[in-house]
Design a protein around this ligand. Structure first.
Ligand SMILES: Nc1ncnc2c1ncn2[C@@H]1O[C@H](COP(=O)(O)OP(=O)(O)O)[C@@H](O)[C@H]1O
Ligand SMILES: [Mg+2]
Length: 304
């Protein structure tokens, strides 16, 4: 190789190097810009997710209010009826008094009064019990407060709030939870989990079909943990969907009551505040089983 050729090669290499450096610089700047865009997008997504969670909470509160109205309707309607017949009877007794009242009529009236009084007390007591239990559920649902509670009692209160949804359907909801499970955890978020699972069984599992049964079971696994199972004998989930069901916005009922957020919220709550884990098994045409294992004493809250 002669000397001029050598020099020419060196020049070429230097040029290539300069070009390369420039390209790296450009690429770095591009990456930086892309990274900034991603960061903004992430922040937006986070904000959107927070908003969605809040709207889920609002929806839960809405159905709670509907539940209260629905359940109170019976005892208050009954009381109203008793009170108005009571008024009618009194009126006719007063009329009877002016024309001369038979003792038998008066005794009849007194017996009616006794029964009316008993019925009023019974129905109004029921109404007041309902209001008390709803007061607790409302506080739980809106504040996500930690407290000590009986698992069976809270589950039956949650189901009460679901009555307006379940009552209109032919589906059966069975509960098998022992009375002795004492929790120190978050009843509101637990309620969110159970309502979402039951609503999924109805909306997706039974899907408007003529019958279906949801079974809610819970028992102590050991001294520290509870196993909660929510199963249905509905349509099941196709194997191809199984990996995506916890993804936000994955829904097979877009525009038909689905948002795709339910199981995402369930997952977040179970693995977050409740400190547990969740698994779902399903067989097409046979049904779906959701198993949640979580501690009776929830982990200490992390500050966010
Ligand atoms: N019990 C169930 N039976 C059948 N499919 C279910 C059940 N639960 C969930 N799925 C499926 O998982 C999807 C995601 O559920 P979810 O996150 O609660 O969203 P959404 O209920 O809004 O559709 C549903 O759209 C449905 O396809
Ligand atoms: Mg759902």
């Amino acid at each position: 190789m002669d000397i001029t050729e050598k020099r020419r090669n060196e020049d070429r290499i230097r040029e290539l190097n300069i070009g390369l450096e420039k390209r790296v610089e450009e690429r770095t700047a591009e990456l930086q810009a892309a990274n900034d865009q991603l960061k903004t997008a992430m922040a937006h997504l986070q904000q959107a997710q927070d908003e969605l969670l809040r709207s889920e909470k609002l929806a839960a509160l809405g159905s709670l209010v509907a539940g209260i109205a629905h359940e109170l309707n019976t005892p208050i309607g009954n009381s109203l009826m008793v009170a108005s017949t009571l008024g009618d009877h009194t009126k006719s007794i007063r009329e009877g008094m002016s024309v001369g009242l038979r003792r038998a009529d008066f005794e009849h009236y007194l017996a009616d009064m006794d029964e009316a009084g008993e019925q009023l007390v019974h129905n109004l007591r029921r109404a007041s019990e309902l209001i008390n239990s709803f007061k607790q559920v409302a506080v739980d649902q809106t504040s996500s407060q930690r407290r000590e509670f009986g698992l069976a009692e809270v589950i039956s209160e949650i189901l009460l709030t679901l009555r307006p949804v379940t009552k209109k359907t032919p589906y059966v909801i069975d509960v098998d939870v022992p009375e002795n499970v004492q929790m120190d955890s978050y009843p509101g978020p637990l309620g969110q989990v159970i309502s979402n699972l039951v609503q999924n069984a109805i909306l997706h599992g039974f899907d408007g079909g003529p019958k279906g049964k949801v079974l809610i079971q819970a028992h102590k696994l050991d001294d520290h943990q509870v196993e909660l199972k929510v199963s249905d004998d509905g349509k099941g989930i196709p194997a191809a969907h199984m990996r995506r069901i916890f993804d936000p916005f994955f829904t097979t009922k877009l525009g038909q009551g689905g948002s795709g957020l339910g199981l995402n919220v369930v997952h977040t709550v179970v693995t977050g505040v409740l400190g547990g884990h969740i698994s779902i098994e399903s067989e097409l045409g046979r049904g779906t089983l959701v198993t949640v294992v979580f501690p009776m004493v929830a982990p200490a809250a992390q500050s966010s």
